[in-house]
Design a binder for this molecule. Structure first.
Ligand SMILES: Cc1ncc(C[n+]2csc(CCOP(=O)(O)OP(=O)(O)O)c2C)c(N)n1
Ligand SMILES: [Mg+2]
Length: 786
C-alpha cells in the first residue's frame, strides 16, 4: 500500500462511530473479565483475574489502531494484560466467539495473555512475559527486511511491526538490548506505542524517568512522538487561564495526579482552586466547568483522544522510520477505579459494572452483544466501518510456506567423513561449511545468527561463504587492504548471517522471529543460532518465549560443561541438560561424535518444517576425541531416538555404563577395564536424555490413559539387561539428567556428573578432581557390584 492509504486519520465523520466502538470494546473486555470472576462457577478458591484497569487505559489506542490504521500485513504484539481488549476487537471482526470469551481464562477458552498457539483469533505475537513482545517486533521487522532483500516480501506488502506496551514494561532491560540491535541493523517499520498511564502493578511509576525515555530512543535514532494532550485539552488550554491548567498537569507528580483522577471533579476543583488562587483567569476557567467537565479537561489525555492518536498514526505512516510513541493515558479510564494506585488487579463490583453498563448504553441481559442498544442507523454505520476497515481484509494471519527439501543425514555425514579425531563443535562447523557450498533452495534459506561468538562457535566458515546480512552493504576493509585473515566479513543484503551484539536475549528473540518466518511471512527460513552453552541461562526467558510461540530453529550451544577446561568455572554449564529436558517445544541432544552431530543436524532441519516438529538444541564441545568406526547405519536411528548400544550387553550382564556427550572417552576407557571383570557389560550411548525421557513418560501416559500401548526407547534399550543389572551413568552436567534411567526398569544406579562449580584446568586434572574420569566411573561400578 502506498502512503495515500494513510488518509485514515481524517475520516472525521467516522470519529463518533469509532468512539462508540471504543466504548463497546471497553465494555466487552470489562464484561469478559467480570464474567470470569463474578458470574462463572468457580470450583477452586483461586482468583481468576484479568485486568480491567489495564484494558481500559489502552482501549482508545487499540480502537484507533485496529479499526483505522492497521493493514492486513501489519503485525502486533499486544500488552499481555490487554488481551481482553484484543479479543473484543477480534470479536467485532467476527474472528473471536462469545463462547471463547465466556471461557476467558478457563480451559479451552480465550487465553489470559494473547497466544499464537492457543487462541483462535489470529494472534500475531504471543505476549506474557513483559518486554519480550516489544523486542519481538523489532526482530520480526529485521526478518521482514531479510526476506524483502531476497524479493520474498514485496515492497508494497511490507508490514509494520507494532508493539503496544505498558509504561512499567519500559523497565525491562531486554527492551534496550533490542533497541541497540535495532539501531545497528537499521530496523524500520517498527512502532512501539506506550500506554503511558504512569502506573505499574504495585504503584505509580517514578517521575524521574519522565522525559528520559524519549531521550533514550532519540539517541538510538528513533522518531519520538509524544501524545500528551487530547483535542479537548488543547482547546481548553487555549482559553484564558488554560495555560495554568496545562502547567499544573505538567508539573504535577504522578501520584498526586493519579489520586485526584481517582477522586474526580470535586477534588480537582478544590485542589486547583487552592493551587491557582492567585491566577484570576484560571479560577474563572475552572469555575466555568461543571465537576465532570473539569475532570475531563484534567484527565482526558492524548492517549484517550482518537483524533490525536489517528493524526499521529497518519503522520507516522508516511515513512518507515522506527517510532516510539508515548501516549499519555489513565489507568482504568472511564471505570470507577481510574487512577487508583491499587487498580492493577482491581475488579469492578457487580454494582459498579452495572453502572458502567447503563452509562455505556448496553441493555441489561444483552451484555454479550457488543452492539446492544444502538439505533439501527448507527448499527449499520458501525458494521460498515468495521467491514471496510483496512484490517478487515486480513483473511488468515497464519501464512503457509512452501515445503523445502532438506539435506539427508547421508549428505551431511559426508562433511565429517574420515573419522580420526574431531570435536562435535568442529563437526558442526564442517557441516555448516558444506551447506554453504550448496546451490539448492535449502542452502539459500539457512540463516545463521550469533551474539558475537560466530567465530568461536565455528560458524566462521559459513559466514565466509555466505556473507553477513545488512541492509547497507559494507566491504571487508581488511580484505581490501590484503591483510591476511581467516574471516571475510562482507556485509550486504544477500548475506545470510545476522551478527548480533553480546546480548543472548536478542539471540533468542531473533530466533523466535526468524523461526516464525513461515507463518508470519509465508517464507521458510532455517535459522541456526550459536552461543556458549552457559549463556543459555542469560536468555532463558526469551528461549522459552520462542518455544512458546512454536518458533522453529536449530540452537547450537558450545562449548559446554567442565569440558571447556581452561575456560573455567564462570563459563561452565551444569544445568543446561536439565533445561533441555524441561523446555517444551525444544528437543535437546548432546552428541559425543562428529557423525552423530551431522545426523542430528539433518534431523533438526527436518523438524523445522514438520507439522509436529519444533526447535532443536545441540549441546556441543570443543573436545577433540577419537571417532568410532561404524558398521552399517542402524546406529543413526538410535542417535535420533536418544540412545543406542555402542556395545550391547550379554544377556547375563550385571552392569552397563551409560554416558552422554564429550565424556565418552572416559566412559570408553572405564569400559575397557571393566570388561576384564565383567565381560558381559554393556556400553550405552545416550544422545538425548531429553528425548529418551519425554518418550518414556509419554509411553507410560499412553498406557495409563488407554492410548496406544508401546514400548518406549528407554525401555526397549534397557530390556537388553536383566532387571537385576545395574547402571552407572555419566554426563558432563547435572547427574539428574541420566539418573532417572534407573526408574525405567527398577535398576540400581550410580550417577556421575557435575554438582559444584568447576575451575580452570586441563581435562585430566579437572575430570579427576570432579570425579568424571575413568577411575571415578570404575569406583561407581565397584560400589554397585560389591
Ligand atoms: C517479566 C514479567 N515480570 C512481571 C510480570 C507481572 N506483571 C504483569 S503486568 C505488570 C505491570 C505492568 O505495568 P505496565 O507495563 O505499566 O502496564 P499497565 O497495566 O499499567 O498498563 C507486571 C509487573 C510479567 N507479566 N512479566
Ligand atoms: Mg502502566
Amino acid at each position: 500500500m502506498d502512503m495515500d492509504d494513510a488518509s485514515f486519520a481524517v475520516r472525521g465523520k467516522d470519529i463518533a462511530l469509532l468512539q462508540r466502538i471504543e466504548e463497546r470494546v471497553l465494555w466487552l473486555a470489562s464484561w469478559t473479565i467480570h464474567n470470569a470472576n463474578h458470574l462463572r462457577d468457580s470450583r477452586d478458591s483461586l482468583k481468576v483475574g484479568g485486568h480491567q484497569a489495564s484494558c481500559a487505559s489502552m482501549t482508545t489506542l487499540m480502537t484507533a489502531l485496529y479499526f483505522a490504521a492497521l493493514r492486513p500485513q501489519d503485525r502486533v504484539a499486544v500488552k499481555p494484560h490487554a488481551s481482553p481488549v484484543f479479543h473484543a476487537i477480534q470479536h467485532l471482526y467476527g474472528r473471536q466467539t462469545i463462547d471463547q470469551l465466556q471461557r476467558f481464562r478457563s480451559l479451552g477458552g480465550a487465553q489470559s495473555y494473547p497466544s499464537r498457539t492457543k487462541d483462535i483469533d489470529d494472534v500475531d505475537f504471543s505476549t506474557g512475559s513483559v518486554g519480550l513482545g516489544v523486542a519481538m517486533t523489532a526482530f520480526a521487522s529485521l526478518t521482514q527486511d531479510y526476506l524483502a532483500a531476497r524479493g520474498a516480501v514485496k515492497p508494497d506488502a511490507m508490514g509494520r511491526m507494532i508493539s503496544l506496551l505498558g509504561d512499567a514494561e519500559l523497565d525491562e532491560g531486554n527492551i534496550y538490548e533490542a533497541l541497540i540491535e535495532a539501531c545497528k541493523h537499521d530496523v524500520r517499520n517498527t512502532w512501539w506505542i506506550v500506554d503511558y498511564n504512569r502506573q505499574s502493578l504495585d504503584a505509580t511509576t517514578s517521575d524521574r524517568m519522565f522525559t528520559r525515555y524519549g531521550e533514550i530512543f532519540e539517541a538510538a535514532g528513533w522518531t519520538v512522538v509524544t501524545l500528551k494532550w487530547s483535542k479537548r485539552q488543547r482547546e481548553a488550554f487555549a482559553r484564558p487561564g488554560g495555560a495554568a491548567l496545562q502547567a499544573w498537569i505538567e508539573h504535577a507528580p504522578n501520584d498526586l495526579y493519579s489520586a485526584l483522577t481517582y477522586q474526580g471533579g470535586g477534588a480537582w476543583r478544590e485542589r486547583l482552586t487552592a493551587d491557582l488562587a492567585d491566577d484570576r483567569p484560571a479560577l474563572k476557567l475552572i469555575s466555568a466547568y461543571a465537576d465532570d467537565e473539569l475532570a475531563l479537561v484534567m484527565t482526558e489525555l492524548g492517549g484517550h483522544c482518537l483524533e490525536t492518536i489517528l493524526e499521529a498514526f497518519e503522520t507516522a505512516a508516511r515513512d518507515d522510520a522506527p517510532r516510539f510513541i508515548i501516549a499519555y493515558t489513565v489507568k482504568g479510564w472511564r471505570l470507577p477505579f481510574a487512577g487508583h494506585k491499587d487498580n492493577h488487579s482491581g475488579l469492578m463490583t457487580p454494582t459498579q459494572i452495572a453502572e458502567v453498563r447503563s452509562r455505556l448504553g448496553v441493555v441489561e441481559g444483552e451484555e454479550w452483544d457488543m452492539l446492544s442498544g444502538l439505533a439501527d442507523n448507527e448499527l449499520k454505520a458501525i458494521r460498515r466501518l468495521v467491514e471496510t476497515a483496512p484490517f478487515a481484509a486480513r483473511k488468515d494471519g497464519r501464512r503457509v510456506a512452501e515445503h523445502i527439501a532438506t539435506p539427508s543425514a547421508g549428505t551431511l555425514l559426508k562433511a565429517v567423513e574420515g573419522g580420526g579425531e574431531q570435536s562435535t563443535q568442529a563437526a558442526f562447523g564442517k557441516v555448516m561449511f558444506e551447506i554453504a557450498k550448496g546451490q539448492d533452495q535449502f542452502a539459500g534459506r539457512v540463516v545463521t545468527t550469533s551474539p558475537d561468538v560466530t567465530v568461536s562457535t565455528n560458524l566462521g566458515g559459513f559466514v565466509n561463504r555466505r556473507g553477513v546480512f545488512h541492509r547497507r552493504a559494507h566491504e571487508d576493509v581488511f580484505k581490501r587492504h590484503r591483510i591476511p585473515s581467516a574471516q571475510v566479513w562482507t556485509m550486504g543484503e544477500t548475506g545470510q548471517h545476522v551478527e548480533l551484539g553480546i546480548a543472548e536475549n536478542n539471540l533468542f528473540i531473533a530466533l523466535a522471529a526468524l523461526g516464525l518466518s513461515a507463518p508470519l511471512f509465508g517464507e521458510r527460513l532455517f535459522p541456526v543460532g550459536t552461543l556458549y552453552d552457559p549463556f543459555i541461562a542469560r536468555g532463558l526467558d526469551a528461549l522459552n518465549y520462542a518455544c512458546y510461540q512454536d518458533a522453529r530453529f536449530l540452537l547450537v550451544a558450545t562449548p559446554s560443561g567442565l569440558t571447556l577446561g581452561p575456560e573455567g568455572g564462570a563459563h561452565q554449564s551444569i544445568g543446561t541438560p536439565l533445561i533441555g529436558m524441561s523446555q517444551p517445544g525444544l528437543d535437546s541432544y548432546e552428541p559425543a561424535f562428529a557423525d552423530e552431530t551431522a545426523v542430528l543436524m539433518a534431523h533438526a532441519f527436518e523438524r523445522i518444517q514438520a507439522e509436529n516438529g519444533g526447535a532443536t538444541y545441540l549441546r556441543l564441545s570443543t573436545r577433540v576425541i577419537d571417532q568410532p568406526v561404524r558398521e552399517g547405519d542402524a546406529w543413526t536411528a538410535g542417535v535420533v531416538a536418544g540412545g543406542y548400544w555402542l556395545k550391547a550387553p550379554a544377556p547375563d550382564a550385571r552392569l552397563a555404563l551409560v554416558y552422554c556427550g564429550a565424556i565418552a572417552p572416559e566412559a570408553l576407557a572405564a569400559f575397557e577395564q571393566l570388561l576384564e571383570d565383567e565381560p558381559g557389560a554393556g556400553l550405552l550411548a545416550v544422545t538425548s536424555p531429553d528425548v529418551l525421557h519425554s518418550d518414556w513418560t509419554a509411553a507410560g501416559r499412553a498406557r495409563w490413559t488407554g492410548g496406544q500401548a508401546r514400548v518406549s526407547t528407554a525401555e526397549a534399550l534397557l530390556s537388553a539387561l536383566s532387571r537385576e543389572a545395574q547402571l552407572v551413568t555419566v554426563i558432563d552436567g547435572s547427574p539428574a539428567a541420566l539418573s532417572w534411567l534407573g526408574a525405567v526398569r527398577g535398576q540400581a544406579v550410580r550417577a556421575l556428573g557435575m554438582e559444584s562449580f568447576g575451575q580452570s584446568g586441563d581435562l585430566p586434572d579437572l575430570y579427576a578432581k570432579y570425579r568424571l574420569d575413568a577411575d571415578a566411573i570404575l569406583d561407581a561400578c565397584a560400589d554397585l557390584l560389591i
